[in-house]
Design a protein around this ligand. Sequence first.
Ligand code: AHG
Ligand code: MN
Ligand code: MN
Length: 334
Amino acid sequence: MGQFPLTLGRFIAQKQEIPPGAAGELSSLLTQIGLVGKLIAQDLRRAGLIDILGTTGEINVQGEAVKKLDEIANKTFLKVFHHSEQVCALASEEMEKPVLLPENWPQAQYMLLIDPLDGSSNTDCNMPLGTIFSVVKSERKARMPTEDDLARKGTEQVAAGYLLYGSSTMLVYTVGQGVHGFTLEPNIGEYLLSHAQIRIPVRGKIYGANEGNYHKWPGGTKKYFDYLKDKDAATGRPYSGRYSGCLVADVHRILLSGGIYLYPGELDKPEGKLRLLYEANPLAWVVEQAGGKASTGTMRILDVEAKQIHQRVPLIIGSANDVCDAEEFIQGRR
Ligand code: AHG
Ligand code: MN
Ligand code: MN
């Protein structure tokens, strides 16, 4: 008789990947993120029926119109983690300042950085959405962390991953020992191991980018896109273009089948669009842990100095050889 797939909880308990001393809190933190995912997925499934599509009329700290579902997803995180014993601070794309939770400190040492709903332009047309999370640990035992303590380099993450709300809901995470993917079985409300030890192919045949921005890019970036579309059987070109407008969905496809996602720097906006701490860093760590690469075009994402919670960074991520090619073009070496 075949074996029943491992649940998220049993997998974490059995694999013992989590560093000793952190096992309890970090596994319940991941379980709580799974719970948030179930709650958000439930709202998304009924979104067209219960008047939660469209915008709230507010503009967030990024200067973007807030969708009702952005706000709902953010509140879901706050409700689940407010009285948790795992998290003492929470920063989000949807909040200018992090929420500090001194009532959970000192027993809770972890700090959570989130993009509660990624790809929110997809909400109104029933397209994929995601949630991205990054976990760092407070170093200071002697005092409650402050806002500045949340801005940390990607190499300091202790757990990171995403939820993908696609044709099924998935939780994909790393704690630095590879990448594992779980699919939510809706009938029993459990995440089951569906993608153990994901490895990204060293080269792919897909590129994902908003090419409507072509005229805004520097010459090297334009040249790379022209190269991807040139015909050359030896290097598998032209590549196929695939872009959903949801970073999580686009990176997930590339994680499984190889290729490259780019949100590059622009002539008038060299810092790009995506946010370092809760978009680029967690996805960069996941992709690196699967054997891929993540770069700004000139340096490794995980080595970028974090200065502010909402800082932006160009993101070029995917199969190692594809990211190397892109770097060579962007740096003018090809
Ligand atoms: P968010 O919905 O969290 O603001 O993120 C949107 C991001 C990302 O998901 C996607 O890759 C990109 O922005 C899409 O931007 P464009 O509409 O400029 O292509
Ligand atoms: Mn996003
Ligand atoms: Mn978002």
